[in-house]
Design a protein around this ligand. Structure first.
Ligand SMILES: Nc1ncnc2c1ncn2[C@@H]1O[C@H](COP(=O)(O)OP(=O)(O)OP(=O)(O)O)[C@@H](O)[C@H]1O
Ligand SMILES: [Mg+2]
Length: 500
């Protein structure tokens, strides 16, 4: 049954006594958005019913004398003067395991033609994030399978990490790989991908990829397309958060991707302009900061008393010409626990994923990093930064002392090791072996054009000859000294083959 029909049915049993019944009147209609006067005490995201037309609306904006609402359905029969009734129900979407493998719209209606959604319950679209007491610090890793991120900008479960960059630099690719990589993980988080204002063809391709990679079975896709009403694009991230919260609050882990929040901000601006709310900076309404903060507050690592579940959020923001000082980027940067910044120069140089190590950070994730990763990646970020500095400097000099030369040659190879195609997330134990190889063997001895081959070979040989080491990393999150020596032996053998 259609969710709005369902909702109406629920209402039939509801007792709305004459004293408490609050009725208002439409004062203005435009582009599916209405202004209503006379609805006292109405709540944000509350459903309202347009009496004469029998259509439902969703309250989105509360002001002292007037409220704004979007019409869920056709606005054909809604005119100035149409009566509007409160329902005292905040709009809810279906949640639970029944949503896994499904594609839905922001109202929770199926878009995949696979029949009715079998939902255990419905939860409100808008809920407050957990309080400080209900949370705990981030301690468990959320592995993306992307070497650069897991080694250098590690993400923890319950964290909010922003993916930011210009068009076409691989923002979606990172989020998609993170979802696909969960199939390699213990205590696999459920995933929600919110396609917010993205073209249908692109989303269709993405879903096909998820299916092909076997990731759809633990994933829900929420879609609002550019030709949907602005309210759908606005609501989609909220629906994604609600679907994720169900798992978070049931002692499970979930990962939600909001791709992207730039478009949600545009939709909110559009709705606000129709409602003629005073435009502020870049014509966004003043509460656009609050919009994103209350959405991202819902990501959390819950305390043990609250079940210890988690919701990790990866919001995406698009920038123009790498400018992160715009209103929306600065807002979201300040709300999140770090950002992965994609750089067009790196992308052009084929250094992909094009993550700028200098400007990317993860403020809480390193405490969630596995021991093995932490040990091998410890100095890596510093070393890479130092190398980049030297590399720039060396462009201006002919003569380099041997030590500097060595640092540069190492750095170049390390950077090459960190390259990784999209749709190829690596299980964490393999990532650890690669990073270990880069950090602990003299990789400058391997010819530059053989370095990727060398990487593959090391992983393959360790897997073949020392499967127990792979198992050790996976099971204990650590690597013993004996294992390290064994891996170094394997590396030595392979290096000989390259004449090192
Ligand atoms: N690590 C990678 N290695 C090789 N190619 C990559 C990598 N990451 C992304 N790409 C390619 O770059 C292109 C753009 O990627 P993607 O769509 O993820 O970018 P985006 O930033 O999300 O773009 P948009 O702004 O259009 O949403 C795609 O063709 C993708 O396959
Ligand atoms: Mg994208």
């Amino acid at each position: 049954m259609d969710i709005i029909e369902q909702f109406k049915k629920q209402l039939q049993g509801l007792d709305v006594s004459p004293e408490t019944e609050e009725v208002g009147e439409v004062t203005e209609v435009k582009d599916g958005v209405v202004k209503i006067s006379g609805l006292k005490g109405v709540e944000n995201f509350e459903m309202v019913e347009f009496d004469e037309a029998g259509v439902m609306g969703l309250v989105l904006n509360l002001e002292e004398y007037e409220v704004g609402a979007v019409i869920l359905g056709s606005d054909k029969n809604i005119k100035e003067g149409t009566t509007v009734k409160r329902t005292k129900k905040v709009f809810s979407v279906p949640v639970g395991e029944g949503l896994l493998g499904r594609v839905v719209d922001p109202l929770g209606r199926p878009l995949d033609g696979k029949g009715e959604i079998k939902a255990k319950e419905h939860l409100p679209l808008e809920r407050k994030g957990p309080s400080v007491i209900e949370r705990q610090a981030v301690t468990k890793p959320l592995h993306t399978g992307i070497k650069m991120i897991d080694a250098l900008i590690p993400i923890g479960r319950g964290q909010r990490e922003l993916i930011i960059g210009d068009r076409g630099l691989g923002k979606t690719a990172i989020a998609l790989d993170a979802i696909i990589n969960q199939k390699n993980e213990k205590n696999r988080p459920y995933c929600i991908y919110v396609a917010c204002g993205q073209k249908k063809a692109k989303v269709r391709r993405l879903i096909a990829t998820l299916e092909k990679e076997g990731a759809m079975e633990y994933t829900t896709v929420v879609c609002a397309f550019p030709d949907d009403p602005a309210s759908f694009v606005f609501l989609a991230p909220f629906a994604g958060a609600t679907i994720g919260e169900y798992f978070r609050d049931n002692k499970q882990d979930a990962l939600v991707v909001y791709d992207d929040l730039t478009r949600q901000a545009w939709a909110w601006r559009e709705i606000s302009l129709i409602l003629r709310r005073p435009p502020g900076r870049e014509a966004y309404p003043g509460d656009v900061f609050y919009l994103h903060s209350r959405l991202l507050e819902r990501a959390a690592m819950m305390s043990d008393e609250m079940g210890g579940g988690s919701l990790t959020a990866l919001p995406v923001i698009e920038t123009q010409a790498g400018d992160i000082s715009g209103y929306i980027p600065t807002n979201v940067i300040s709300i999140t626990d770090g950002q992965i910044f994609l750089d067009s120069t790196l992308f052009r140089k084929e250094q992909k994923p094009a993550i700028n190590i200098g400007t990317s950070v993860s403020r809480v994730g390193s405490s969630a990093q596995m021991k093995a990763t932490k040990k091998v990646a410890g100095r890596l970020k510093l070393d890479l930064a130092q190398f980049q500095e030297l590399e720039r400097f060396s462009e201006f000099t002919e003569e380099l002392d041997p030590q500097t030369k060595k640092t540069i040659e190492r750095g170049k190879r390390m950077r090459m090791l960190l390259r990784q195609p999209d749709l190829a997330p690596l299980p964490i134990e393999k990532e650890v072996i690669v990073i270990f190889t880069g950090a602990n063997s003299d990789i400058e001895e391997v010819p530059m054009d053989k370095i990727k081959e060398f990487e593959t070979e090391v992983v393959r040989m360790v897997e073949l000859e020392k499967p127990e080491i792979m198992k050790e990393i996976r099971d204990t999150g650590d690597m013993s000294d004996a294992s390290k020596n064994a891996v170094l032996e394997v590396i030595k053998k392979i290096k000989k083959g390259y004449g090192a």
